[in-house]
Design a binder for this molecule. Structure first.
Ligand code: HEM
Length: 369
């Protein structure tokens, strides 16, 4: 047998082998593509229509507030601020976070109203918020978002999702449908109690004399590695004045923001950072419940805000105040709202950063920058 006879027997076998291995590769590639598509579909919630995903939460904000490209899907109307936090050293025994070492760290932040409509008129009863990013000297950051209410209205992402719809304006009347709200409260007695506490608290005259509360519980870790449950608040140095509806100027749709800007232009505003230390048994996974009023409170330093800037000009517009961006020495608790917030803020951030920007209701003409 010459060499060509030999090859003619082998060639079909080699071709078959090559075809076989090509098929195997094609099948493997298809499986990888299918897997990736499935993963995307799962993440987007297409395979699990009854599971609450960040996509669905943010879709619901858009459903009830309308679409406002470029803006935060909640706390949409805001103004940016900067200044510094001066630690007095009293926090060192509670947490090893470097923010509590005596000294000053810069902060950048944002005041806002907790509605998803960037051009809504200011109202006394809209929840006010203060969001802060502490820039620590070792490169770490502490981001926190706080509200001026004593407790949060819901204890879960599912509760928030349902409350958004229950409190949405009915297109027929322009007002929320009371029967939807009473159905929601019947299903969520924890929210009924929390909303009573929120309604019983006296609203202050503006952003500058409001206290702002973390509401969620966190954990402070000290130098020995021991953990303490904590909540924190920014308590104003500005004297408290109750909101006076008679003085309210209905013609000024930005009255709360205008007053804040005028205050900061005339003098720096200050708050004490007060840490409340929980005791065993205090609820850490239930933001609708207050802790007993006799808990130990430690004043760990003073926040000074001396600059105000429109969102149109400030880098704070593009910050995601994710409550789980924490320095070494501060950790999340078992509160399920924390991871829900982190995921929902990321979805809101991703959408707004991909959209073209529209001017803020609080413009550079008002803030002077
Ligand atoms: C499941 C519950 C919650 C959901 C779904 C939710 C949702 C959101 C969303 C989508 C944003 C806009 C984020 C962005 O685009 O950067 C936001 C902002 C904010 N939220 Fe929440 N939130 C929840 C609970 C809370 C709680 C418990 C607090 C506690 C104080 C809070 C405080 C804030 C603050 C201060 C901001 C404004 C941050 C800023 O100025 O950028 N939220 N929230």
């Amino acid at each position: 047998m010459n060499s060509s006879d030999h090859n003619s027997g082998l060639e079909p076998a080699c071709a078959k082998l090559r075809r076989g291995s090509l098929m195997i590769r094609l099948i493997a590639i298809s499986l990888v593509i299918l897997g990736i598509t499935g993963l995307f579909a799962y993440t987007a919630g297409w395979l699990t229509p009854n599971v609450l995903t960040p996509t669905r939460i943010i879709d619901r904000f858009e459903q009830v507030n309308g679409e406002h490209p470029g803006f935060r899907r909640n706390h949409a109307k805001g103004v940016c601020i900067s200044g510094y936090f001066e630690s007095n050293g009293q926090g060192v025994g509670l947490s090893k976070a470097v923010v509590f070492l005596p000294g000053r760290v810069p902060i950048i932040g944002r005041f806002a109203l907790a509605v998803g409509q960037p051009y809504a008129a200011d109202s006394a009863h809209a929840v006010r918020s203060m969001a802060l990013l502490f820039k620590l000297p070792n490169g770490e950051e502490w981001r926190t978002g706080m509200n001026n209410i004593p407790v949060f209205a819901v204890n879960s992402a599912q509760g928030f999702y349902e409350l958004l719809l229950a409190s949405a304006a009915d297109p027929a009347t322009g007002k929320p449908d009371p029967s939807k709200m009473s159905d929601f409260l019947a299903r969520h007695p924890e929210s009924a109690k929390a909303i009573q506490l929120i309604r019983a608290s006296t609203v202050s005259s503006g952003f500058g004399d409001s206290s702002y509360n973390s509401l969620d519980a966190f954990r402070f870790i000290d130098a020995q590695g021991s953990a303490l449950p904590v909540r924190w608040s920014m308590v104003p140095c500005q004297p408290f004045e109750p909101f006076n509806a008679a003085l309210s100027r209905a013609s000024d749709t930005n009255q709360l923001f205008d007053a804040l800007i005028a205050d900061i232009h005339s003098h720096a505003l200050q708050w004490h950072l007060i840490i409340t230390v929980g005791q065993p048994g205090d609820p850490t996974a239930e933001a609708t419940l207050p802790w007993p009023p006799d808990r130990r409170q430690v004043d760990v330093g003073t926040l000074t805000i001396d600059h105000v800037e429109s969102e149109d000009a400030s880098p704070a517009r593009d910050i995601n105040f994710d409550p789980l961006v924490l320095p070494n020495g501060i950790a999340g608790s078992d509160d399920p709202l924390l991871s829900a917030r982190s995921a929902a803020y990321a979805e809101s951030f991703t959408r707004r950063e991909g959209e073209s920007k529209n001017p803020s209701a609080v413009s550079t003409a008002q803030t002077g920058r």
